[in-house]
Unconditional design. Structure first.
Ligand code: HPA
Length: 267
């Protein structure tokens, strides 16, 4: 089993899901589905649960990434609903992430809290896997200019949306899009030595960039409109190859990860 899709807001199923399986981890259970996409067995993990019951600041990111590692996953593609601060990245567009700016507060964000005397500092100079990003760009060729090949993601704590001043500040700091979930997910994936890429679906302009208030319904509306494109992108991603190399595994610390059972429990 080498590929996993982490589904964000609006992505609660990818096809012929059977019942969820629960993976026991040192951080609690993670619920996953096994699917076949493009003839390959794929793990699907809906980040917020299938009924969007878990808000971004309460997602059990450590259990999710630990579970994927325990299942033998190597490549992870995550989807993220975002607001845009970049004129060319319009609602309905897709953005492959290359960098993040972390504005989260107090989320458990490492497997290495020092409890076992293991203190490690992971390199995230380039937090998203270049090999998977090359694969993503090839997979998304059918989207034409609606797929942007490089974007800087600002991760805010949520669950509230940003203020207009926060969006102005983030823009000046160099962020292109804003969402609430890629951190610590990308960081934990790197700690576990997984290859991790993220594709954003732009659902709205950032707070203060239009005269309208932001709503979750607006986000879900764009996600629903883009479901067919997103499924096709994922299908093509599973099929795509890349000759680009990466160092994600060697930058990670999988050998020091807390031990657990990784046992699958049918529910
Ligand atoms: N901000 C944060 N998260 C989001 C947004 C936004 O504007 N749109 C969708 N997810």
């Amino acid at each position: 089993m080498s590929v996993a899709i982490i589904g964000g807001t609006g992505v609660y199923a990818l096809g012929d899901e059977a019942r969820p399986e629960h993976v026991a981890t040192p951080y609690g259970d993670a619920a996953i589905f096994r699917l076949s996409i493009a003839g390959q067995e794929v793990v699907f993990l809906p980040r917020h649960g299938t009924a969007h019951a878990t808000p971004p600041h309460r997602v059990n990111y450590r259990a999710n990434i630990w579970a994927l590692h325990a299942l033998g996953v190597r490549d992870v593609l995550a989807t993220q609903a975002v607001g845009s601060m970049h004129q060319l990245m319009a609602p309905g567009h897709f953005v492959a992430l290359t960098q993040f700016i972390d504005w989260t507060k107090g989320r458990p964000s490492t497997f290495f809290d020092g409890e076992d005397g293991v203190v490690l500092h992971v390199d995230v100079t380039h937090p998203y896997c270049p090999r998977l990003n090359a694969r993503l760009l090839r997979a998304g060729e059918f989207l034409g200019p609606a797929l942007h090949g490089a974007g800087v993601y600002a991760c805010t704590e949520g669950p509230r949306f940003e203020t207009a001043a926060e969006v102005r500040a983030l823009r000046q700091l160099g962020a292109d899009v804003v969402g609430m979930t890629s951190v610590p997910e990308a960081v934990l994936a790197r700690e576990a030595g997984l290859c991790y890429a993220a594709v954003c679906i732009v659902c709205n302009w950032g707070a203060g960039m239009t005269d309208f208030p932001l709503t979750h319904e607006e986000v879900l509306g764009i996600m629903a409109e883009q479901t067919a494109n997103l499924r096709e992108l994922i299908h093509q991603f599973i099929l795509a190859q890349s000759s680009v190399g990466c160092s994600c595994e060697s930058l990670g610390f999988a050998r020091y990860l807390p031990q657990g059972t990784g046992a699958l429990q049918d529910v």
